[in-house]
Design a protein around this ligand. Structure first.
Ligand code: ZN
Length: 173
């Protein structure tokens, strides 16, 4: 296992669409392990493969926030098949947009079909933080970021700030 560098805004990689996974082998298990380690190290509660530069439909999630009892879950080729009418607002952040938080409204409960690491079909009914986290991470697979839900003005401010930061960091050689 190894910790991978996380791709940051405004890197255009974050806007790429991820392709479905078809092969369930040791490489995939290794990718899941690397993603899990990277997520815990950050620390975060969810990570999509595209956030470490791999455009494949895989997520790791652990909303337990329990240091002693970690329960990472891997979601491959996830698809939202049902949304509740009821909405929920959470303050969201993103490992690719560090230290920026904003409230986003999303369906309060969802049903997601996905494959596990062995390629077996699974279904999860999620609500609360898990529902928000899964929607946020599944958005990443479509090149969508949580700042896309904010006003144009707010979004442009965030992108400008991170573009400036990226330039500053690039100058440090
Ligand atoms: Zn994110």
């Amino acid at each position: 296992m190894s910790i991978k560098p996380i791709v940051l805004l405004p890197d255009s990689v974050l806007r790429e669409k991820s392709a479905p996974i078809e092969r369930f082998d040791d490489d995939l298990t290794r990718l899941a392990a690397d993603m899990t380690e990277t997520m815990y190290d950050a620390p975060g509660i969810g990570l999509a493969a595209i956030q470490i530069g791999i455009p494949r439909q895989m997520l790791v999630v652990d909303v337990s926030k329990d240091e002693d009892n970690k329960t990472p879950q891997v979601f491959i080729n996830p698809e939202i098949v049902k949304n509740s009418d009821e909405m929920n607002v959470y303050e969201e952040g993103c490992l690719s947009i560090p230290e920026y938080y904003a409230e986003v409204e999303r369906p309060a409960a969802i049903t997601v079909n996905y494959l596990d690491l062995s390629g077996k079909a699974q279904t999860i009914e999620a609500d609360g933080l898990m529902a928000t986290c899964l929607q946020h991470e599944i958005d990443h697979l479509n090149g969508v970021l949580f700042i896309d839900y904010l006003s144009k003005l707010k979004r442009q401010m965030v992108i400008k700030k991170f573009t400036k930061l990226a330039k500053q960091n690039a100058a440090v050689l």
